[in-house]
Design a protein around this ligand. Structure first.
Ligand code: GLN
Length: 428
């Protein structure tokens, strides 16, 4: 039954940048279900800012493929969620619209960059939301806010209409309070799309099952070692113990290329970002550039005034890494490291069905705690490898440390979302 849904949330955590008070919905698998959409996913007629001041007031004239699929199944798009500017961050504090607070503890960050989507779900404002994950941005906030989040296999969900940050790494994915709901949303958003040249025709249709008898789980030593809070590691180990009780078998394994994964990720993502963000110049996108100035001065003014500090830093880093003379030294080497990560994952996932470990090395940070960018980058160490390898990964809540949620991460083979979803479902 079609209609409209009125939406006036008590948004004390600043989860939304834009809300739609009368959101239309139709018939279908998600008829009348309120869905929040991260603000870097284009929504026809609804402001889409990517968490950046440079896009304030920008209203896309078309829907992203995933948004058309949601609308086609009757969902009500009730709002656009807060995020780190263009997805660059792990806390949602780099947003141009103020930070989002973690609903579990409002002195803490919700994680990022899809912090608004996670907070909206965790606070009970919506049952499900879309996030995007370039280097952990679905799984990190899911872990910090105590909800479920899935980064699909690269190519399983169309990126058409997603404002690109680092297109070789990112995927749109579902976030919800239960594995069943994540699976249901994944069924709706995964379909072949000729408008995304990396789209595969491998739609996900699956009924989660808790039967994990003889599932082989690999435990990489790197996921439990240095830099991981021992209490987080312990909580995750006991969650894995429960999977063993349910019939799974665990095997120790190693991913030696993890040593280079973070450095490779930050070279690749900043390089891609420096090229993708060139279009925000006040001519193609962004507030009009002053016409009485030389073009380079006009671009400089628009970009200097409207991009935040983290975005400017990454554009500079990426431009440097790609510049003539340095290309081979940085970008070329990062691509080699990326290939090694992918090969390591393929090797290990040839021996086991899923890899398990913590999603994040710690619980949610205090607001302002990660003011040093390097220490923020370091916290992505356990999430970025799945993006480099293109494999699917899910975060499911598995307990608390000091009352703050901990996420269990399960990583699977390419296009084997079904297996990690079943393992997460059995745990839940
Ligand atoms: N922390 C990662 C970064 O800043 C998260 C990126 C993402 O997944 N959007 O690049």
């Amino acid at each position: 039954m079609a209609g409209t849904l009125s939406f006036a949330p008590d948004d004390r955590c600043n989860a939304f940048i834009t809300t739609c008070d009368a959101a239309p919905y139709g018939d279908g698998k998600l008829s009348g279900v309120a869905v929040a959409v991260k603000d870097n996913i284009s929504t026809c007629g609804i402001q889409t800012t990517c968490g950046s001041r440079i896009l304030a007031g920008y209203v896309p004239p078309y829907d992203a493929h995933v948004v058309s699929l949601l609308r086609g199944e009757g969902a009500a798009i009730v709002g656009k969620t807060n995020m780190d500017e263009f997805g660059m961050g792990t806390t949602t504090e780099t947003s141009g619209y103020g930070p989002t607070l973690n609903p579990v503890d409002q002195t803490r960050v919700p994680g990022g960059s899809s912090g608004g989507s996670a907070a909206a779900v965790a606070a009970g404002l919506v049952p499900m939301a879309l996030g995007t994950d370039t280097g952990g941005s679905i799984r990190c906030p899911a872990a910090f806010c105590g909800i479920v989040g899935l980064k699909p296999t690269y190519g399983r969900v169309s990126r058409y209409g997603l404002v690109a940050y680092a297109n070789s790494l990112e995927q749109i994915g579902p976030m919800a309070r239960s594995v069943g709901e994540v699976s249901r949303l994944m069924e709706v958003i995964s379909s072949y799309d000729s408008r995304d040249s990396t789209s595969f025709d491998r739609p996900y249709t699956h009924q989660p099952s808790a039967d994990i008898e003889s599932l082989r789980i690999g435990l990489p030593q790197e996921y439990f070692g240095e830099g991981v809070d021992p209490r987080v590691a312990e909580t995750v180990r006991s969650a894995i113990g429960r999977l063993e009780d349910l019939g799974a078998e665990t095997v120790p394994c190693a991913i030696p290329s993890m040593a280079y994964a973070l450095a490779a990720y930050y070279v690749i993502c900043t390089s891609e970002a420096s090229s993708n963000l060139a279009r925000f110049d006040g001519v193609r996108y962004g507030p009009p550039a002053p016409t009485q100035k030389q073009w380079h001065e006009a671009f400089q003014e628009v970009r200097g005034e409207h991009f935040g500090k983290e975005v400017r830093r990454r554009i500079m880093l990426g431009t440097f890494a790609l510049s003539a003379g340095y290309y081979g030294k940085y970008y070329g080497k990062a691509q080699v490291a990326r290939r090694n990560v992918r090969q390591d994952f393929e090797r290990v996932l040839g021996e086991v069905d899923v890899i398990a470990g913590p999603t994040m090395p710690t619980v949610a940070f205090r607001l302002g705690e990660k003011s040093d960018p390097l220490s923020m980058y370091l916290s992505d160490i356990l999430t970025v490898p799945a993006n480099l390898a293109g494999v699917p990964a899910i975060s499911v809540p598995c307990g608390t440390v000091d009352g703050l949620p901990v996420g269990l991460q399960l990583i699977g083979r390419h296009f084997a979302e079904e297996q990690i979803i079943d393992a997460a479902y059995a745990y839940e």
